[in-house]
Design a protein around this ligand. Sequence first.
Ligand code: G1P
Ligand code: ZN
Length: 549
Amino acid sequence: MNTDTLDIKTIATTPFTDQRPGTSGLRKSVKDFQKPHYLENFVQAIFNSLEGCNGKTLILGGDGRFWNRHAVQVILKMAAANGVAKIILGQGGILSTPAASCVIRKHKADGGIILSASHNSGGPDGDFGVKFNTSNGGPAPERVTEAIFAHSKEVQSYKILALDDFNIDKLATFQVGGMTVEVIDSVADYEALVQSLFDFDQIRALVNSGKFRMCFDAMHAVTGPYGHAIFEKSLGFPAGTVRAGTPLEDFGGHHPDPNLVYAHELVEILFGKDAPDFGAASDGDGDRNMILGRNFFVTPSDSLALMTANHKLIPAYKDGITGVARSMPTSRAADRVAAKLGIKCYETPTGWKFFGNLLDADMATICGEESFGSGANHIREKDGVWSILFWLNILAARKESVSEIVTKHWQEYGRNYYSRHDYEEVDSDKAHGLMKALDAKLSSLKGKQFGGRTVDFADDFSYTDPVDQSVSSNQGIRIHFSDESRIVFRLSGTGTRGATIRLYLESLEIDAKKQSMDAQEALKELIAVADDLAQIKSLTGRDKPTVIT
Ligand code: G1P
Ligand code: ZN
């Protein structure tokens, strides 16, 4: 087939005003994406921002949620009509976010389109999302997402082929006019990459010892096939180790979000009778992770600190790491490890895209966020299965339990008690009003006392990227106290209904005898101070958070 002979349609459209990508791409309800031309307009805006698609190779795949298969067909037809040279597509339209990043890098593609709304619920009444990643495999930086947004406000037409749907389920290579479509195995490239990073033999020996049991909850999301292939087939964990391993378009009606609230079935197994030694879960698109031991929850902030402290046990990092990076609201447990190792710990705004430059410049090797995300320089996304393998490798090397490893860590570095309180679906005006009122107070807080704590400094976090000097301001309100405790407020950039206020709380306990408290109990006074400062209850009309993690 030759493009000249193909029936390329130019469809007239009018721009939507709400297609500004948020923390992680354009995320909206499925109903929004089903509006005529909504998806097509945004995809055309991506293509227009590329300044010519000719000769370009793009990766395409998603988390398998409802509308994934439809969007794949639309994007294939639009890509061919726009002159894209090649699309590498995950079989059935499936690629986890980390696998997509891996495939972009491995095949030296010019970028990729990932279809996912991550941990948001799926199905016809759930959410959908489209994210563009650049040639380094990472989420597009702000200058790129702003350019896409600018194009979305101007798009007057889009190009699409008038063709029947393609078979995307068969591993094959076919031509669509001048464009080649290669349908690849969704797991193979990613599996080869992680095998090169970790000591699979050491982990296999632990599995074969018969003394170690694991339970992995794929939450009926994208990591099911990855879990079956890597944990069961390659590492030898018995069948059944992966639960909810069949991806479903609506994730079985649940939120595919690996935290104590939404992954409660796994939590019940790990905190129940005859619990396995290790539990883990991943989210809708496979970039998040939750780590549990028997009767033990590891906070994502602690997990980042522990990985950093134990990096020498992992083949890929045994010769050292250049630095570590964490998002601003993530606890400062990793900072304490970095200080001891004599490496730098970078504090970036929320969102994985801010780690890209640090990783590209080899200033940081391992990165993490409090929102159940960790990863490293092997790709440019956070990586759920990688994080779980990191833990398995530590456990296999140290031959101690999860709780022993974490408790010893606290004894050595101190424990950063940590919690995040989310107030979801708050009226948007009320939420912005709360932040504005708090912002107005900031300059007068220094030196003031709250519940026996003195404010050391208070500001609205602004970040200057050390690589390209770009500035990102208004990234969240920080109130630091002189005893190293901290309160952070920010509004979510991924929610699709109303506004979500996130309150992050942290305090440091050096005394080993006081390190085994329940986090909510340990943070009780700080929680009261936060409410006093921001008047959350009275301004939102909510008497408690919707989700506590
Ligand atoms: C949330 C998390 C953030 C993460 C993002 C994408 O964003 O807080 O750390 O990078 O999801 O997974 P938020 O809704 O807070 O803007
Ligand atoms: Zn995700």
